[in-house]
Each structure stands twice: as structure tokens, then as C-alpha cells.
Design a protein around this ligand. Structure first.
Ligand code: ARG
Length: 457
């Protein structure tokens, strides 16, 4: 393609290090779409004849049909998807193919193709996350009253409801979707026509190509347009944050599925067995979501480091932008699908959750709060009195509300029989009715609101 200036072709190592076709062939649909938009514009602006524009567009359709049928050929000499397509076009339609590359460069071409690809990845993530939200609100609605221990430091803290716990993830996913949407909003500018870096002397119509490719507007600075990979980093950063959330949910499912917890039975469809231990049902899908989060973060780091020292405009380092994005997107799509299936089909063992909430002195704070409200004890003192009650219950191996009143009164005479109404786990969750709290009434209100947000009701 640049033979005019060179006495000999590239050496074997140059060819190998330079070739991006092994991975950027994934951009073929975007590359054909962008070329068709470009040539239609060249025709409309009289830069190529109407006849040549039609011949080129038809030729591009033929190349696309071949790729569809037989895949994209991988010839390292042709370096990348752009040259591969142009070279096949020339074989099919002859020298007129050479007019396609008027008023553009591979630099604006690849920036455009890659944006189109990332735009689809953003839309896929958003749609996948919407399905996950639906699964979360459905299960939360089923279990708005189911009591389980809430934890801090993974130690029993206060009773919460399973519905509240699942809705916590709904909120995280809601923010993740907002991040993907914000990325799509910023991405919505078309680099095509920025040419190599400085724009072009041909009187092109950039609004026309931007519109044809579904972008809001053309980019406003040609140097920025060919150098910018923020759109890919926006995607990766949003993907990383989302993967962190999915990984935390996966981690909880793994803990909950362990025998000592026994809070959840994983769906068979997302579990595996052991080749030696017949009793085993392993949460491999959840573990891989936790593992893949690490890889997605790694991809993000890789592209941030690639970009951080690059002068304007294009440098070949930027060819390394695609593998991490492709890898992360494949992993993220799978992680979202796996967690959606897990949430939708897991069996929550609410009997075990309730039992655990009863056993962990989860209502100790309620005893302290009761002393403050009913007996006007300062909170710090109430905390101390309650500590003594927990110690006694621990010695007896019983729950707080199983301690006889006389023993509680030995600890502090201000305690009376009304305290037992506050010590049940039901009373504890029902009391936490502040906005956003775990009281079933609050959880049901939030579930109803979320269902409306999702158009489920
Ligand atoms: N394969 C290249 C990439 O993916 C296309 C752009 C090449 N541009 C250039 N000036 N060599 O980045």
C-alpha cells in the first residue's frame, strides 16, 4: 500500500509484530459500514463519480458476503482489516477500488470502526444488566419479609431481609448502567473525515457520514479524534466497576452456598461436580465471575498504561487498544449472564437464614435501643448492659430473648417484660423503617418503585 517509497518489503519480524489482522478482523462489519458511509458521501459531494461510488459500495457488499460466508482471511502482509478489505475490493472491482481511500486515513478509519464496536458493547452491557436487575427485583419481591443475618466484618451484625440484601445489588447495577450510558453519550461523535491527523483538503461532508453511522455529530478536532481512546477506556472502566460488583455478588453466593452457611442452593445449570468426591456441587460459575473480574481490571490497566505517555496524534502503540477491549467485553458479557442465571434460579434457604439470624445475637442493638427508648438509659451505658446480656446468653448457649427476665433484671433492674417485644428478629427488622432501611415495608416500596423503573408493572 505504500510500496512507492520502499526498496524492499518488511522483514518477517516486522510483518509479525505489525499484523493486527488476527484480532482486528473482529471489526469487519464496522469497517464495511464505515467504508460504505464514506464512499456514499464521496459520491454525494462529487469527489468520486456517482458511478464509481455505486461500484465501490456494491464491491464492499460482495466482500462482506464473502466474510460472512468464509470468515476474514488472515494475511499478515495485509496487516489489518482495513487493508485486507481494500485489497479484496481491488481484486473484485479493479482499480476503481483505489478511490475509496480518498479523504480518509486508516487513523480516522480505525477510530471510527472501534467506536462503532464499543458502542455495541455498551448497549449489550446495558441490556444484560437490565435483565440482571429484573432477576434481582423479582427475587427481592419474593423475599421482602425473609429474615437473615446482616453482617459487618462477616460477623453477625443486625437482622436484615433477603429482599433488602438483593436490592442492594439492584442499586449497584443501576449505577453501573448509568456509567455505561454516560460512556455511550460521550462516545457519540464520529471521527471519520479527520483523516490522518489534520483533516483533509477535499470538501467532504462530515455531518453526512456521522449521521449515516448513527452518531450525533462529527468530532470537533481532528488531532483529538484520531488520538482519543477515552471511549474505550470509558467502557473498560465502567466494565471494571461492574465486574467488581458482580464479583462481590459471586463471592457472597459462594459463601452462602458453603455447607456451614447453607443459605443458598445454586442452580445445577451453573454448578459443576467433582471427579472424585461424589457429594460435591461446586459454585464454579460464581468463582469464575470472581476470577474474571480480575482479568477485566487487568485489561483496563493495560490500556490505561498504553495510552498514558503517547504524544498526539496516532502512534502504533494504539493498535494494542483492541485486544484488551475485546477480551474484557467477552468476559463481562459472560459474567453478567452467569450472575443473572444464578440470581434467577438459585434456591434461597430462608429457613437456614432465619435460624442463623436467631443464633447470632443479631438483636443486641435492639436491646440497647430499647434501654434508651423505654428506660431512658444513655446509649453508651445501654451498650455496656447489653454486652453483659450477650455474655450471659453465650454462656448459656441460648438466644437473647431466651434469657429469663429475672436474669436480665439481675444485669440491670430497669429491664422489664416489654423488652421481649423488641428482641425478636421480626421486631428488629420492622423497627428499621427509616427511608432506605431494611423494614419489609421499606423494601416492598423500593421493589415496587424499581419494577416501575424497569417497566415491569
Ligand atoms: N491497524 C492499525 C490500528 O489498529 C490501523 C491504523 C494504522 N495507522 C497507521 N498510521 N499505521 O491501529
Amino acid at each position: 500500500m505504500w510500496g512507492g517509497r520502499f526498496a524492499e518489503g518488511p522483514g518477517a519480524i516486522m510483518r509479525e509484530i505489525n499484523a493486527s489482522i488476527p484480532f482486528d478482523k473482529a471489526l469487519w462489519r464496522q469497517d464495511i459500514a464505515a467504508s460504505k458511509a464514506h464512499v456514499a458521501m464521496l459520491g454525494a459531494c462529487g469527489i468520486v463519480s456517482a458511478e464509481d461510488a455505486v461500484a465501490i459500495a456494491e464491491g464492499l457488499d460482495r466482500v462482506a458476503a464473502e466474510y460472512e460466508k468464509d470468515g476474514v482471511p488472515e494475511d499478515w502482509d495485509l496487516e489489518d482489516i482495513h487493508m485486507t478489505t481494500e485489497s479484496r475490493l481491488a481484486e473484485l472491482i479493479g482499480p476503481v477500488a483505489g478511490r475509496l481511500h480518498t479523504a480518509r486515513s486508516r487513523n480516522d478509519q480505525v477510530a471510527t470502526d472501534f467506536r462503532l464496536w464499543v458502542r455495541e458493547a455498551l448497549a449489550r452491557a446495558d441490556a444484560g444488566l437490565e435483565a440482571l436487575q429484573r432477576a434481582l427485583v423479582t427475587r427481592a419481591g419474593e423475599h421482602a419479609d425473609a429474615i437473615m443475618p446482616g453482617f459487618t466484618h462477616l460477623q453477625t451484625a443486625q437482622p436484615v431481609t433477603l429482599g433488602h440484601h438483593l436490592m442492594a445489588y439492584y442499586e449497584m447495577v443501576r449505577r453501573d448502567r448509568a456509567r455505561f450510558c454516560a460512556a455511550a453519550e460521550r462516545l457519540d461523535e464520529c471521527p471519520l473525515g479527520s483523516a490522518a491527523l489534520a483533516g483533509t483538503g477535499f470538501s467532504i461532508d462530515r455531518k453526512m457520514t456521522a449521521q449515516a453511522l448513527g452518531f450525533r455529530e462529527p468530532t470537533r478536532n481532528s488531532l483529538d479524534a484520531v488520538s482519543d481512546r477515552d471511549f474505550a477506556l470509558d467502557y473498560l472502566q465502567a466494565a471494571s466497576q461492574c465486574a467488581i460488583h458482580l464479583s462481590r455478588l459471586a463471592e457472597e453466593m459462594i459463601i452462602w452456598a458453603s455447607q456451614p452457611f447453607g443459605f443458598v442452593r445454586m442452580p445445577d445449570s451453573l454448578s459443576t461436580g467433582s471427579s472424585i468426591m461424589p457429594q460435591k456441587k461446586n459454585p464454579d460459575a460464581a468463582e469464575l465471575v470472581r476470577g474474571h473480574a480480575g482479568r477485566i481490571i487487568g485489561c483496563t490497566t493495560a490500556l490505561m498504561v498504553t495510552m498514558k505517555g503517547l504524544p498526539l496524534a496516532y502512534s502504533k502503540d494504539m493498535q494494542d487498544d483492541k485486544p484488551p477491549v475485546f477480551e474484557a467485553a467477552g468476559l463481562l458479557d459472560l459474567c453478567i449472564a452467569a450472575m443473572t442465571g444464578m440470581v434467577a434460579d438459585a434456591t434461597f434457604r430462608t429457613d437456614r437464614m432465619r435460624e442463623a439470624a436467631e443464633l447470632g445475637y443479631a438483636t443486641a442493638t435492639d436491646l440497647a435501643d430499647w434501654l434508651v427508648t423505654a428506660a431512658d438509659v444513655p446509649f453508651r451505658e445501654a451498650h455496656h448492659i447489653t454486652g453483659a446480656a450477650v455474655k450471659l446468653a453465650e454462656e448459656r448457649g441460648c438466644a437473647l430473648d431466651a434469657l429469663p427476665l429475672a436474669d436480665l433484671q439481675d444485669i440491670d433492674a430497669r429491664i422489664d417484660e416489654r423488652v421481649f417485644e423488641a428482641l425478636s428478629v421480626e421486631a428488629s427488622v420492622a423497627a428499621r423503617a427509616s427511608y432506605g432501611g431494611t423494614a419489609p415495608q421499606q423494601v416492598k416500596a423500593r421493589v415496587a418503585e424499581a419494577r416501575r423503573e424497569l417497566g415491569m408493572d
